[in-house]
Design a protein around this ligand. Structure first.
Ligand code: GLN
Length: 284
């Protein structure tokens, strides 16, 4: 055993004691970050190179600061995004929504599809689509100045000149694209205002504007996404919007009850919970 591996074992026990859900992974990620190696290379770190900054990172994680704020990175599909205070950390369940949109766009008989991501946050969905759909032109919309600054960094680094960022409100954004958009995607805030998340990493670190929806059911932003999608999509275009695992029927109805939508569907995430709704705009 090397010194670092011994320290990782001790740190794992401390993180477990603090209630961190994946203590060994997180201890290894922090060790890899501090020592500038991959997780698979930790055994190669020499005892003389052990860096006491490791324990500073562990102390922050023990206080339930998100791992992604300590390393400054969040992984989403094939991307490594810069994240930190002021931006929502992208979640694995949202990768499924992005994948659905990517599959539809690849099947589409449109050479350069136009895509809009409403409330882009770090830019995760917008940048995944730009990376995985060769000729897509993506418009990312973000009203919050702090999140906008993170989106800009990620888009400048990873957008390949095909993602345009707009400092606008998702409710009235992009009048210049009305009726011209092939796909609208969104992970809006949807937690009802009185439902406080249990995990300290979410409750204390994700920006409230990205978490809490308005209206008694928390779905006013989803309603705004429905209206904006109806305004922006061309006939035959698609929308995909994320929601909480108990909001599937309510979000289905938000689309089904408005004129102009067909093929309204509920979709599940990787843990088989209802997670997003899709619909197609215009009559056949
Ligand atoms: N999915 C978020 C969470 O895990 C809720 C808000 C959102 O994604 N828009 O807390």
């Amino acid at each position: 055993m090397s010194l670092l591996l011994d320290e990782i074992a001790l740190a794992t026990a401390r993180l477990a004691e603090a209630g961190v859900p994946s203590p060994r992974t997180d201890a290894e990620e922090i060790a890899a970050f501090v020592h500038g190696v991959r997780r698979s290379e930790l055994h190669l770190v020499k005892d003389s190179d052990f860096d006491a900054l490791f324990w500073e990172g562990i102390a922050r994680r023990e206080a339930r600061e998100p791992l992604q704020h300590i390393t400054g990175r969040a992984y989403f599909r094939y991307l490594s995004l810069e994240v930190g205070p002021g931006v929502f950390i992208p979640r694995p369940e949202t990768e499924v929504l992005a994948g659905w949109a990517i599959d539809r766009l690849r099947e589409m008989d449109v050479a350069t599809p136009t895509v809009v991501d409403l409330g882009t946050g770090s830019g995760a969905i917008a940048l995944s689509i730009a990376q995985e759909v060769a000729l897509a032109r993506v418009h990312a919309v973000e009203v919050d100045p702090d999140a906008y600054a993170w989106a800009k960094r990620n888009i400048d680094e990873l957008g390949q000149g095909r993602v345009t960022l707009h400092p606008e409100d998702l409710a009235d954004c992009l009048p210049e694209l009305e009726g011209m958009v092939d796909m609208v995607v969104s992970n809006p805030p949807y937690i009802p205002p009185d439902a406080v998340p249990r995990d300290p990493e979410v409750r204390d670190y994700d920006p409230p504007i990205a978490l809490y929806g308005t209206g008694a059911d928390g779905l006013d932003q989803v309603r705004a996404v429905e209206r904006t999608a109806r305004r922006l999509l061309r006939p035959g275009g698609f929308v995909a919007v994320e929601h909480a695992d108990d909001q599937g029927p309510a979000v289905y109805l938000i689309f089904e009850e408005e004129n102009g939508w067909r093929d309204v569907r509920n979709h599940q995430d990787l843990s088989r919970r209802d997670r997003f709704v899709t619909a197609r705009f215009g009559q056949e």
